[in-house]
Design a protein around this ligand. Structure first.
Ligand SMILES: N[C@@H](CCC(=O)N[C@@H](CS)C(=O)NCC(=O)O)C(=O)O
Length: 214
């Protein structure tokens, strides 16, 4: 298995966590999103992923993209240890929290979205940073509430073990700090993030620990 990754990509970090949590051996191919005009736009990477984004995962001659799809693929091919609960309602709840982060918060701060704000729409660094913080806060408010309803608010987003929701949370907390979002309104998310970062699958896959980290 080979993971196309960029150290700072939160979507790639999700997959790094899932691979580490499940103990799946793999190689990593760095794709630098800024160097050479963005290596994700190279001909060879376009062949792997026509959407020109990371992550992508190559397995048995096939390349898949979309971090949550890759994680579900890993869950189905390597069920232990599980990243989804056994019961249908639990699985739906975990996916609800994961999608809140991956589908509603994350796309609004993607490199090409911010480049469009800066370029064609002529926005400066200040308004762009406000935009990012606004949309993270828009998602973190309800996520904080869901964490308190469905988890203990201190260790995991859902019940008592690691799920795909936690896998999505940690990289988003990292982004929130990078953009200097005030995290005081989200004590449960802060506590859960700091607990998860004590687990090797999360800490060893952090951006600074990657071979392509700058
Ligand atoms: N929904 C996709 C998002 C992938 C994505 O947007 N990746 C970003 C890095 S976090 C990227 O490759 N951006 C490159 C670009 O915008 O050109 C997923 O979950 O995999």
């Amino acid at each position: 298995m080979k993971l196309f990754s960029y150290f700072r990509s939160s979507a790639a970090w999700r997959v790094r966590i899932a691979l580490a949590y499940k103990g799946i051996p793999h190689g990593t191919i760095p794709v630098h999103l800024l160097r050479d005009g963005g290596q994700q736009h190279s001909e060879s990477y376009h062949e792997a992923n026509p959407q020109e984004r990371v992550p992508s995962l190559e397995d048995e001659g096939q390349v898949f993209s979309q971090s949550l799809v890759i994680i579900e693929y890993l869950e189905e091919t390597h069920p232990e240890p599980p990243l989804l609960p056994q019961d249908f309602a639990g699985r739906a709840r975990v996916r609800q929290m994961a999608h809140l982060i991956a589908c509603d918060i994350h796309p609004l701060q993607n490199l090409r979205v911010l480049s469009y704000l800066r370029g064609p729409l002529g926005q400066g660094d200040g308004p762009v940073a406000d935009w990012v913080r606004h949309w993270i806060a828009d998602g973190f408010g309800p996520l904080e509430e869901l964490a308190r309803r469905h988890g203990d608010g201190t260790q995991y987003l859902f019940r008592g073990s690691v799920t795909v929701a936690d896998v999505c949370l940690v990289p988003m907390m990292y982004n929130a700090r990078r953009w200097h979002l005030d995290l005081k309104p989200y004590p449960a998310l802060v506590a859960i993030d700091s607990h998860l970062m004590t687990l090797p699958a999360f800490s060893t896959t952090r951006p600074e620990a990657q071979p392509d980290a700058e």
